[in-house]
Design a protein around this ligand. Structure first.
Ligand code: ATP
Ligand code: MG
Length: 418
């Protein structure tokens, strides 16, 4: 039986590649404009990085990681997200000793053992940015502003920015207790996942996808009502900063990133256009993460943006992806002598950055022309004995049928003028 791609993975074929290139070029362009420099880290890391950096109580660590032992008996994990590796690289390179902030961006595959469905894969791809070293809400606003700007540039209109504050260790401890007190009488009605979250990570119950659980948490106490003065001021400051940048948002008290090292800002860009997996971009502040991973005590804030969900949404919105790149000219040939002339000519054109092709199947002239039609070239030249002897070539415009007598040196000029 033929071997298939692993469940939850997708190939990118050349006919779709231009869309990926389009969003990647746009992403790195905007990163340049906002001052984020590209960071690349390995596809796999020491498993402990994610145990610490994502957190033992999260779904990711508990049931979604691709973990294996390598031949040297090390526990290795394919990266399920980009922030912890970025933090590790930041610490390992000692860039924490530089003048701050350090601003990084990345484009990476991520691996999570999830139930595959539309917008949910086992290998998916993320853009991300991180700002390390800034505690000011200007950094949070800048991160959000870049996501907002990028999504707009990608032609996405129907999307909402939801923001929340998850507080700090102090105020969250009080909130956590209030939430547990509220949920305790409903414990038996919660789904089994949320029952296990009750002690370890009760805030995650708030964003459980189960309808019954949603009903239970409808009137649960909200973190915003428990924020300490510092966290409340920060949340207000963030909103002022966003308003100053004309960025529309909604306060959504149900957004959580229920981990100890997540602090203050949490945000999501959400749409109903692509079905249930409507969060295209999510992020927030993590003032204890760098320390948790073994670096100095230093704040951080960032986002992750799913490229597959972005592409789905762009398709729905009829966004412009640019066009697939096509070859410009086909050099056809009749006979062996002409083949070598054609090879020489096609190489001359390519050295001059013309997208030129020859038929490597060595079909007869009819077959070569059929092939050039399939590929969709704009021009063709047929080489035969006459052309070799006289040096006079016939350039055919395949769209208009127009034929022009030309010598080799004139081809570049003619093609560039269109
Ligand atoms: P979700 O609530 O949809 O599971 P998440 O909170 O697990 O998302 P993050 O860890 O914040 O997601 O990752 C950032 C972004 O990566 C998400 O907003 C989404 O666009 C994308 N993403 C996450 N998991 C997947 C997946 N399995 N397949 C495709 N894209 C994903
Ligand atoms: Mg998830």
């Amino acid at each position: 039986m033929a071997i298939k791609a692993p469940k939850g993975t997708k190939d990118m074929m050349p006919e779709d590649a231009y869309k990926w290139h389009y969003i990647e070029d746009a992403f790195f362009k905007i990163c340049d404009e906002y001052g984020f420099g590209e960071l690349r880290t390995p596809i796999f890391e020491d498993t402990n990085l994610f145990n610490r950096g994502v957190g033992e109580t999260t779904d990711i660590v508990q049931k979604e990681m691709y973990t294996f032992e390598d031949l040297g008996h090390r526990s290795i994990t394919l990266k399920p997200e980009g922030t912890s590796p970025a933090v590790r690289a930041f610490i390992e390179s000692k860039h924490f000793a530089d003048m701050q902030p350090s601003k990084y961006c990345y484009n990476t595959p991520c691996f999570r053992y999830e139930k595959p469905q539309a917008g949910r894969l086992r290998q998916f791809h993320q853009f991300g940015i991180e700002n390390f070293g800034a505690s000011s809400m200007m950094a949070d606003a800048e991160i959000i502003a870049m996501a907002d700007d990028f999504l707009k540039r990608m032609g996405i209109d129907e999307i909402e920015l939801h923001i929340n504050s998850v507080g700090c260790r102090e105020c969250r401890t009080k909130y956590r207790k209030a939430l547990q007190d509220f949920l305790r009488p409903h414990y038996d009605e919660l789904c089994s996942t949320c029952q296990s979250r009750f002690e370890t990570n009760p805030m995650r119950i708030l964003d459980c996808k189960s309808k019954d659980d949603q009903e239970i948490v409808k009137d649960a106490p909200l973190m915003v009502d428990y924020l300490c003065d510092d966290c409340r001021d920060a949340f207000e400051e963030l909103q002022e900063n966003l308003k100053a940048m004309d960025i529309q948002f909604k306060v959504d008290p149900k957004i959580v990133r229920g981990l100890d090292y997540y602090t203050k800002t949490a945000f999501e860009f959400v749409t109903t256009k692509i079905g249930a997996q409507g969060t295209v971009c999510g992020g927030g502040r993590y003032d204890h993460l760098i320390e948790e991973i073994g670096g100095p005590s230093m704040p951080g804030v960032g986002f992750g943006l799913g490229k597959e969900r972005l592409l789905m949404l762009m398709e729905m919105c009829g966004s412009d992806f640019g066009k697939p790149v096509q070859p410009e000219i086909m050099i056809a040939f009749i006979g062996n002598r002409a083949k070598h002339y054609a090879l020489n000519l096609v190489q001359y054109l390519r050295h001059n950055h013309v997208r030129a092709i020859v038929d490597t199947q060595e079909r007869n002239l009819k077959g070569q022309m059929k092939y050039s039609n399939k590929v969709g070239v704009k021009y063709s030249i047929v080489i035969g004995d006459d052309e070799i002897e006289s040096g006079e070539l016939t350039l055919k415009n395949m769209e208009t049928g127009e034929q022009t007598k030309i010598v080799k040196e004139e081809i570049l000029d003619k093609i560039r003028r269109g």
